[in-house]
Every structure is written in structure tokens, then in C-alpha cells.
Write a protein that binds this ligand. Sequence first.
Ligand SMILES: NC(=O)c1ccc[n+]([C@@H]2O[C@H](COP(=O)([O-])OP(=O)(O)OC[C@H]3O[C@@H](n4cnc5c(N)ncnc54)[C@H](OP(=O)(O)O)[C@@H]3O)[C@@H](O)[C@H]2O)c1
Length: 334
Amino acid sequence: MVVEGQEGPQSLVCQDVEQPQPGPGQVLVRMYAHALNYRDLVILAGGYPHNDTRPVRPVSDGAGEVVAVGAGVDGVQPGDRVMAHLSPHWLAGELTTAAYARLLGGGMDGTLAEYCVFEAHGVVSIPAHLRYEEAATLPCAALTAWEALIRRGQLAPGQTVLLLGTGGVSLFGLQFAKMAGAGVIITSKSNEKLQKARALGADGCVNYAETPDWDVEVRTLTHGRGVDHVLETGGGGTLEKSIRACAFNGQISLVGVLTGLAATASPLGAILSALRLQGIYVASRAAFEAMNRAIEHRQLRPVIDRVFPFEEAAAAYEYFASAQHFGKVVISHQ
Ligand SMILES: NC(=O)c1ccc[n+]([C@@H]2O[C@H](COP(=O)([O-])OP(=O)(O)OC[C@H]3O[C@@H](n4cnc5c(N)ncnc54)[C@H](OP(=O)(O)O)[C@@H]3O)[C@@H](O)[C@H]2O)c1
């Protein structure tokens, strides 16, 4: 059984296919759970790089159990609990052109199926304390937040992070920032979601719908200093205010485009505050494994908003697109 679509969540259909078989160097995984990311909406809308063929099998994030391995596979065996790595050919070091062109759901099939074949080096062990539904949330959102704040951001105790909205990337950002001993300011359109973020450890909360000049409020909350790091998931519509919210020598990790691509931000504020702006495009397998060790060590549990059955993948998409969620939306086979 696989789920594929042409354009938009309504086009997603479940259909029977022959069970795939692993070739040399590959593994067959019985999938148990998937998680949705904003990119999955973009992929179905046809706006993602390297995804111009139809129908498309979407969804990068998936977790399951290895049920067979092909010839020459070493280090992965039947019974292993694994997650798919979104960028299966990016093992370590810098991103390469070849790896960039082959991402799950964009450039190659996604994971929305009962059985998937992956390269053996494209799967990573699940932290022992996590259920499949929880593990499925890690490959995209968690790894991106980790790469931005911890690996490249080198977040230090006592620094302050600004998170925009309460989607998947932001809430992992919150959990990693608290793990690193940093302070967190988070924005949301919903006071109810802000209350939940506070319960997770957020130190400052700003409703960006009620306070359109949220950058001013962020500076007030930091006693005029500004934040050390922004996890910039908003894109064109938020970048200018993110720059204004930063302390001298702060950094902005450019991660998302929730408000669109068009930006009017002047570079002057970034220059005068000596900011560092860096693009983040998920991360390597080595970073994924480092993050998982930290997650296991701290027994961190992902924030899941809602779980939908596999047969209701289209409904999961619709719910996710409505942006009512707090954290992750999961599709489960169990
Ligand atoms: N570069 C990468 O490697 C990478 C990896 C993962 C994700 N991304 C990108 O990062 C972004 C976030 O991804 P995600 O999966 O976490 O998305 P998500 O879960 O769909 O996040 C949606 C939430 O973002 C918040 N939001 C929407 N507009 C906002 C605005 N104007 N200001 C502040 N918050 C706003 C809303 O939270 P509230 O309801 O609380 O307001 C909304 O519920 C997307 O653009 C995605 O493509 C990039």
C-alpha cells in the first residue's frame, strides 16, 4: 500500500502495489509512522526543487522496522528500529550537489507507504526510549533545529533564542535551547499555544497577531539587548523584524519561508549589529546521529499534536495545512 498524489491534499490516494525488494546495499523497512513537515505541502503543490514528476509519493519523515536486507549490507539487520534520513546521500561534512538533488519526497520517492526500500546508509537507529510515532518526527524538523542552534549555532548557556511560531521546527528549537541552558522567547498567533510553550520552558512569549511589532516586545523582554540567535522559520515577511530583534553579534539561521519568499529587509541593520546570517538545509547523517545521542541521553520526547491513521493521510494533510497544530502531526500504521 502506498499513498501518492498529483497536486494538493485532496489528490492523495491510497493504492495497493507489489512489495518492493531490497537490492545490493539496500534495506526493506516496514513503515510504522510518518510525520508531516511544511515541505510536504510544498512538494504536493509542485513548488519544491527536483520534484516535477507526477504522481508524487510525498513525506520525508518515516520510522519503521527493518524486515530484510540486500547483499553486502553490514551494520543494519532485520529487527532494527530505524528512521529514514531525509538526505540519504549526505553522510558527513558539507552538502554536495549529488546529495542535494536526491532528497526523500523531492528527487526521489518519499516514505508514505507500508514498505520502503532505502540505501542502508540512509537509515539511522531510533533512540531507545522513543516510540515509532515519536521517532518519525525527528528526521526533518528536529535535525534542522539541531543543525541551526547546536551544531552550527554553537548555542551557549545563558544566551537567548527567538523562535517564530509553534510549528515542528520551533518546538524542537525550544527543547534543544533549554537542553543547552539557553533562554527562549517564542511567538505565536495563539495565546493558548503560548501557554503550552511556557509549560515546555519558554521564558518569554509574544502574540504576533496581537503585537505586530513583536520585535520591539522581544527587545523589551531582553532588557533592550536583543536575542543571540533567531531560528528564522518565517522567511520574507519576518526577516526584517528578526534582524531588529537581534543583539550585537547575534546570528540568524535562515530556515523557512512560512510567510513567503519576498523580503524587503534592508541589510543595514544586520551590518550595523554585526550579525551572522546562515542558510540551513537540514543536515548530514553524522549530525543526525549526534542529535539522537543527545535526545537519548536527555530522554527528550517530541511534542506530538495529533496522530492520524495511514488511511486518513489526506485528512492529516488538511489539518496540518490549517496550521492549528502545536508541534508535530503524525500519520501512523499502528
Ligand atoms: N531549511 C530546512 O532544512 C528546513 C527544515 C525544516 C523546515 N523548514 C522550513 O521551516 C518552516 C517551518 O517548518 P515547520 O515544519 O516547523 O512548519 P509548521 O509546523 O507547519 O509550522 C507552522 C506554524 O508556523 C507558525 N507561523 C506561521 N506564520 C507565521 C508568522 N508569520 N510568524 C510566526 N510564526 C508563523 C504558526 O505557528 P502559530 O500557530 O504558533 O502562530 C504555524 O502554526 C517552513 O518554511 C519549512 O519549509 C526548513
